[in-house]
Structure formats: C-alpha cells, structure tokens
Design a protein around this ligand. Sequence first.
Ligand code: C2E
Ligand code: MG
Ligand code: MG
Length: 692
Amino acid sequence: MASSNTTSILLVEEGEIAARAVMAGLERFPDLRVTWAASLAECLHTLGEGGIDVVMLDAELPDRAGLPPIDAVLAASGSAPVILRTAGLSHRRGREVERRGGLDYLAKDCIDPAAIRRVVLQALERRTQAEDARLHAQVFEHVSEGITITDARGTIISVNPAFCRITGYSPEEVIGKNPRLLSSGRQNDEFYRQMWSTLLRTGSWSGEIWNRTKSGRIYPEWLSISAVGGHGAAASHYIGVFLDLSNMKRHEETISHLAHHDALTGLPNRLLLQDRVQHAIEIARRDGSQIGLMFLDLDRFKIVNDSLGHVVGDELLKVVAERLRQALRRSDTVARLGGDEFIVMLPGFRTTGELADVAEKIAATLDKPVTLAGHTLNVGASIGIATFPRDGQDFDTLMKNADTAMYRAKQTGRNTFCFYDSRMNEQALDRLKLEEALRRALERGEFELYYQPQIALQTGEVTGVEALIRWNHPERGVISPAVFIPVAEETNLIALIGLWVLEEVCRQLVGWRAAGLTDIRVAVNVSGRQFLSPTLADTIADLLCRHRLAPSQLEIELTESTVMAEPERAIDQLKRLRDIGIQVSVDDFGTGYSSLSYLKRLPLNTIKVDRSFVRDIHTQKDNAAIVSAILGLAEALDLAIVAEGVENEAEETHLRQAGPITVQGFLYAQPMPADRLMGWLATCRNAAAPGS
Ligand code: C2E
Ligand code: MG
Ligand code: MG
C-alpha cells in the first residue's frame, strides 16, 4: 500500500514504448508512483503482493487463452479501482466491460500526464464513494434500529429490515404511506403537533412514543427524527430511527419488581412498604384518617426451619403469605420484611375495634395447621399493632413501636395480638438488659435448680420431683423461669441452659445416691427447641451412662404445644427417648390443641393437667368437667395423670374422688433447693409412716 499521500499505480501495458511514455510523463507528480507490468501474469503477481491503489489496464491485453484480461484483474485488484485503457468506448469489448459498471476509462493512446492523473484521482474518489455507499447500505440493512426514510411531505420512501422486523410490515406495505399508519392512538394530536413544530424549527426531534405493529401489539419505542438537507422548508427528506423499548421496559419492570418485592413470596418488601406507608401518611394527614400498622412474627417458624430445613421453611412462608393475602382487602398492604416477619398496613380504619377484628382474623388463619412434605405444622403468629397518628408520625417510629407491641404479644402467650402502649419502650429496654444478663448468667453460675415433690394421692407416697430452674440475678433477686425461659428460647440460649439443667440433675441424682436416696425420679422440663434438636436423645443417653444412672430415674416434661407444633417429628423423637428408657410427660395439658389421633400414637407416659383446670375445681363446674374428661382420656390411652398446682384441701378432696392421681402443688411443698429436699423427704416419710 502506498503511503497516505502517494498513490501507487500498476500500469499493465504490453508495449514498452507506450509504457515508458506514460511513466516518464507521470514522473512530474511526486504523489504518483508507477509500477509497470508487461503481461497479465506479471500484473496478477504484482497485485498478489499488494500495495497497489489503482490499476491501469490495457483492454486489449490478451491472456493465454486469448480472452480479455478484465475478469481476472478485477478479481485480483480487490478494492483498488481499475482504469481501462481502451481504443474507444464504441469498441465491442469496451461495451461489454461498460455493462459491468464501476469502471473508469482512458483512451489507449493518451499519454498526457495531467489527463491520466485526473482520471486516476477520479477513479479513487469514485471508489471511496462506492465504499461509503456500501457501508451505509450495510448499516441500513443490519442495524437493530428501525429506519424510516420519508420525503419532504412525510411519505415513506424506504424502510430497513429492522423496521419490518419490529413493525411486522413489509416494505411494500408501507412505502407510499404516511408513518401515521403505525400510530397506536396513545399520543394525542397535541403530541404530534408539538413534535412537528420542534422538527420544523430545529430539524430534529427525539422522544419515547408508543406505536402499533401490524398485528396490533402496542410497543414503546425511542424515536429520533432528523431532517435531511436543512430544516423547515429546506428539508428534502426525513429520517426516523427508532429502537424497540419493549425488552428494555420489561427488564426495567423486572428490575423494579425485584427491587420492590420479596423474591420468595412475591409480597412487597420493606422498600415498597415504606413507600406505601409514607404515601398513606400523606393522605391521612390531609384527610385526618388513621393508619394501622401490624407487625407479625410467626411463633414457631424457627423450630420448623431448624428442624425440617429451609426448603420446608420457605414453603411455609409462601403459605403464610397466601393466607395473609386472602385475609385482607385489596387496599391493605401485606409485606415481608425477611425471615418470618410480615407487616400489614391498613389505611383508613375507623376504630381500634376494627383493627382488633382484623388482627383476630389474621391470628385465626395463621393458627390453622399447615401440611407440608408430610408434616402437619402449627405456626401461629404474634401481632403488634401501632397506629398513625397516635403511636408515631413516620414510618420508622411506627415500625419500631409495632415491633415492640409484637414482642409484648409474644410474651403474653403467642398467637395473639397487642396494641402499642408508650410504656412499652421502657419495658423493651428492660428486656434488652435481661437478655444481656442472661447471656452471662451461665458462666457466672447464677442458675440453680429447685425441686418440687410429686405425691401419689392414694398412697401418700412421693413418686418423684420436678426440677424447676431459678435464676439468682445479682441485682433483681430470684427471677422466675416464666420470665426468662421465653427470652432464652428466642435468643437460642435455651440450648445451653437446657443442657446445663440436664447435667445438673444428673449430678444431683449422683449426689443423692451417695447420701442414700436411691429411688428418686426427677422430671426435667425440656423446651420446644431443645426437644427437636437431633442430638437430644444421644445427649441424654450419654449423660445417663456417664453418671451411671438408671433411665427410669429421669423423666422429661414437654408442653402440649411443643408436642403438637410438629406431631410427626415429635413421634420420632419420642420413640428415640422411649428406646433409651426414660419417661415422658405432657406438661400444661389442656392449654394447647391436642389432636386425639396424634395423642394415640405418641409414646407418652403421663399427662400433667394444667393448673388453670385444677384451680377451684371444687366450685368451678367447667374445670371439674374438663379434668374428668382428661381423666377419661388418660384411662383410655393408659396414661398416668398428674394434677399441677394443687393449693388447698378442697381441691385435693375433689381430685381424690376423681380417680388415681398424682398431685403437685403448694399444698404439699413449694419448689425447694436440693439440700432442703432431703430434710423435707425425711419428715414427709415419717409423717406417712404407719401409725403417725
Ligand atoms: P411447669 O413445668 O408447668 O411448672 C410448674 C409451675 O407451677 C412451676 O413454676 C411451679 O413453681 C408452679 N407451681 C407448682 N405448684 C404450684 C401451686 O400450687 N400454685 C401455683 N400458683 N404455682 C405452682 P415455675 O417454677 O415458675 O416454672 C414455670 C415454668 O417455667 C414451668 O412450668 C416450666 O414450663 C418452665 N420451666 C421451669 N424450669 C424449666 C427448665 O429447667 N427448663 C425449661 N425449658 N423450662 C422450665
Ligand atoms: Mg413442668
Ligand atoms: Mg405445667
């Protein structure tokens, strides 16, 4: 290739004299360099080496077969233009060549250097133009943007393949028409007036517009129109270039959906919730209405997730989301914050009674069992309610206060709701302190076990004791497990505390054995989470073995709700405990919702009737009826019965008539530290001794 400012010419000429004459003439021009080829073979060889910008070919030059050389040269010259030196344009061969087009001609006998140079430059110029035109055509053909070319009056004269692909029209169907035929009707006349006014004034317009394809699909496009040849009256053509935005819009919508919704349940997420609440607050400020914000936390989700895995956990969340959706009106918003926390926003409620009704309805739907992967799950939810304007002026405050109220609902017994009260903040702080102190309590040895005797009513014999944990808080004194066990369960400290209790009980049993007390059985309360831990049975077996204790010396107590939260898993776990040989009783019986079909299949030994049914059993007819029903059930299922919380003789007398029952309560003994129990047992045995 010649350097940028010299043009390299290949002169193909048989006659040496003619060739030399041309070359000598062109020497005057430093921008032209001539290479001479005397035969077609030489010409093709030189072209093969490259670097030639223009070929000047003798049209008469024969190849070996005597055919004109033109085809071979054209094929080899690539982008270099070919100038045909011919004896005359009327020449037969010349005409033939002419039909191919794109060639330049020079009289064969012309040796005028200036004329030759003019033709050379002209050929180069034409080649450049042709290349440009080819490139433009390529762009027109292959771009992904649709292109419409119209004349000055706006009649379509050309469209490209992308236009056809996007609009569904063939060129024949649109050429001669006005681009209005694509109009979707979404833009009004005013829109088009504005567009034309800009176009006429400035020569270009761009913007988003909605058009309609041949099949009727309405789609968004980004359209840029420019006037060709000046604007206003000077414009000769208009070129419209448009990009189909449908995909982009779809992506945009997907992204926006993802950013504003929870992927698992499809519910609005925190971001969208915040937006809606803020919007609702603005409206409420204007029209003086109220907004309710409910903070929901599932009661037993963590147990399900920890024990059955997150796949089942996820399914459960989807079911909950669906139930919430069903339970609410369209104008309400249900959002998921993540984990097992959901928010419900109810704009425009009138009375708190209305909110309470909704909360009750939600609690009821979420309390219905869910069957997933062969498990029947009881989740339930605790709901905290804060209202605008009473409990907060902005989103964050309302959320915080609804959360606080939710905690209170959780403490008061789960699957219930609670309205926010400004005193709760103090209490929330208190709880936080409690949590901190609880974390340190184990290491500091602040826990202690108390024991409360259980007595067979008919014989007066002490059948066992229940271990009840106490927390000796350095500042607050003795704290009841009813206060700190729920906190320990939520923070997962329960695993460590539960283990400590089991170890301490075993240690104590060894101690008592050394002191001569060999036949005592201790009942240990095991929390829901601890119960479902896959290692519980092994841990217990290991403890019994290490302390050389008989399994019959240990009993575990599970609350009814623990067992019924996941009956199928409970059955498995209970079987493993039974295989070890320890006893199991269901605590607080009557307060949960036992399913009889499960109860029959559970390997249990004892039912402990909740204290609420024992209280005033002699005067409360309902309680008496419930206890007698439970007794009947126990008899049918061959289970022993313990009545909890017997406080007075009237209750005892009533129970004694009911049947063979074991009792536990303040009437016999308060829970007491281990060292006091020995003394208590001694006096009790003396008292029960014959003749006393
Ligand atoms: P629970 O297992 O139902 O224990 C019986 C509760 O009733 C005990 O309360 C006991 O002190 C109390 N009680 C016994 N007799 C009477 C009576 O005549 N009248 C009245 N009013 N109450 C009586 P406590 O010790 O405060 O324990 C409360 C609950 O905390 C227990 O209920 C149990 O669910 C839980 N808990 C206690 N210790 C542990 C433990 O080591 N681990 C776990 N996970 N939970 C425990
Ligand atoms: Mg108990
Ligand atoms: Mg109980």
